[in-house]
Design a protein around this ligand. Structure first.
Ligand SMILES: [Zn+2]
Length: 562
């Protein structure tokens, strides 16, 4: 989501001035191309967020139909500038900028055919009619077999996840996840957990060799093998040697094991046992405090979301994307030597307040203040080249919410540190278990996934074996992005390392510090695609990423346990 040796000054109006001599104005050979590119992206960003809001006109009052007309005109100018430009003898950086522009034009800045089609509505209608009684064998034949199978699985997964039956009610998957940590009665918790069976079946059928997931993982492993890739190689762009990835994951999981009681538990108990903080803070975290706490905390860090132009759409709505995300409604632009603020948009749907919803909102705001701070030429004004890094830096501030000082200041109530750390890490260690599961399934694609999952969860979570249940099959990423779970697992290691380094270099920030945002922006947020992620990380840390900071953080739960 960023210029060399330039000092940024963030002003109260959300604008930043930039030191003389370092303005990233596009160099002559690309100036026409880059100006047209900036305009095209602006219109596309406005179209995207207007649709995501389910609105007919932008926040600036431009009708969607007019946004599409403006986008087409800007895209025409970009195409013409690319066609008419003379690009021989470009410097390496200009060449990279040009390649990026061309690639983005092909991939993301596609032609807009009609003025109002909303992707979400179309996808919803299609999944209602989807045939989930299919045979994965024939469906996965041919060159596009993996994609076809994965799309069908995802549609069936989504349908099952929206229609779970529990005590005569229809619940969705996230509601079930939200209820498990607060359902005190073990038998009821078990029934709630087992209500997810239709999701497990949609993903893994009867767990036989022809199950949808077992076919998918064989195709995925074969594809990675043919491309010379692996699940672990996903960590290379942040400088982690693929050969150490599995060992890092197991060290995190062993550390979790060492801070949890030595007794066997059922799979439906895991969330409950880690949910003490969630239960204790239930009364303090109401829906009404989510925005005020979020805004106050970021303002205390020097990142006033209002002044930065951040927009929020947090109300549930029929047809709204169920996944929380943040995107550019407009990117920061350099005009006459001064930066004009962007318009980051954060989308989520909150019916209730909860520790998870607050955590998610602080995370989305973390993305928003990151993209508000990018200061790069138009070609590089984008998310960084690593999803893993992007997700990690959204949490640098957000994870302070698990510190008792933070809770006392912003919630007026704090839970004991061990409870808070178990709440913080329960999700992370589950993601780590899924990442390890995907690594092992891709190494041995003929394995029985239920058995692989049973081995992992018995060892690290002391969960009683249930190889008859495909209870691992509840994450969409396992289906549409095999190998993606590693981003969360290594991302947690990376963010712990970056957070520890930020405290070491700049000091604590759990109770606010208005110099924090300019300081972090200068070192981590401002580069966009200008610098490779690995360089940004290693310049900041002064060394490659290591798991020590996360292991030390987790160990604080043990040190203070009674
Ligand atoms: Zn995120």
């Amino acid at each position: 989501m960023y210029r060399n040796g330039c000092v940024l000054t963030l002003l109260a109006g959300g604008l930043a001035s930039i030191g003389a001599g370092c303005a990233p104005s596009p160099r002559a050979p690309l100036s026409a191309v880059e100006a047209a590119y900036e305009d095209t992206r602006f219109e596309k960003d406005q179209i995207d967020v207007t649709r995501a809001r389910g609105a007919q006109s932008s926040r600036r009052g431009i009708a969607l139909i007019d946004l599409v007309a403006r986008y087409r005109a800007a895209r025409e100018r970009l195409t013409a500038a690319l066609r008419d430009g003379a690009f021989a003898g470009l410097h390496a950086e200009d060449r990279r900028a040009l390649d990026l522009i061309q690639r983005t034009l092909e991939k993301d800045l596609v032609e807009e055919k009609d003025d109002s089609a909303t992707g979400a509505a179309t996808a919803g209608g299609a999944s209602a009619a989807v045939d989930c009684g299919y045979d994965p064998g024939p469906l996965s034949q041919g060159p596009d077999g993996m994609k076809t199978l994965s799309e069908r699985m995802y549609a069936c997964f989504g349908r099952a996840a929206r229609h779970l039956s529990f005590e005569g009610q229809t619940l969705d998957r996230l509601t079930v996840f939200g209820l498990l940590p607060v359902t005190g009665e073990p038998e009821r918790r078990k029934r709630l957990f087992l209500s997810m069976q239709p999701i497990w079946t949609a993903v893994n059928g009867d767990d036989g060799p022809n199950s949808p997931y077992r076919r998918l993982v064989r195709l995925s492993a074969a594809k990675m093998g043919a491309d010379g890739k692996s699940v672990e190689a996903g960590a290379k762009d942040v400088g982690v040697d693929p050969a150490v990835v599995e060992e890092w994951l197991t060290s995190v999981l062993e550390s979790w094991r060492s801070i949890t009681p030595d007794r066997e538990i059922e799979p439906w108990d895991f969330g409950y046992l880690a949910g003490q903080a969630s239960r204790l803070l239930r009364a303090a975290i109401t829906k009404d405090i989510l925005r005020p706490v979020n805004d106050r905390y970021y303002k205390d860090l020097g990142a006033d979301v209002g002044a930065l132009g951040v927009q929020y759409d947090l109300e549930p709505r029929e047809g709204k994307n169920p996944v929380a995300f943040t995107t550019f409604g407009a990117r920061p632009r350099l005009r006459d030597g001064a930066w004009i603020a962007g318009e980051p948009w954060a989308f989520a749907s909150y019916r209730i307040g909860s520790i998870d919803n607050l955590n998610e909102l602080l995370h989305e705001s973390g993305h928003a203040i990151h993209i508000a701070a990018i200061r790069a030429r138009p070609a590089f004004e984008d998310w960084p080249d690593s999803d893993l890094f992007t997700e990690a830096i959204a949490d640098i501030a957000a994870l302070e919410m698990f510190e008792p000082e933070w809770q006392r200041k912003y919630l007026g109530a704090a839970v004991p540190l061990p409870d808070s750390l178990r709440a913080k890490y329960a999700g992370i260690v589950m993601d780590t278990a899924w990442a390890l599961f995907e690594i092992r399934m891709h190494h041995s694609p003929e394995s029985d996934p239920n058995q692989v999952w049973t081995d992992i969860t018995r060892r690290y979570f002391r969960i009683r074996p249930h190889p008859e249940l495909s209870w691992w099959a509840v994450r969409g990423q396992l289906i549409d992005l095999p190998g993606y779970m590693l981003n969360y697992a290594v991302g947690a290691i990376l963010v712990a390392d970056l957070r520890a380094r930020a405290r070491e270099l700049h000091g604590a920030y759990a109770e606010g510090d208005t110099t924090w945002y300019p300081w972090v922006s200068e070192r981590l947020y401002r580069f966009g695609l200008e610098r490779p992620t690995r360089q940004v990380i290693e310049d900041f840390l002064g060394r490659p990423v290591a798991p020590r900071a996360l292991l030390d953080d987790l160990a604080r739960a043990r040190d203070t346990s009674p």
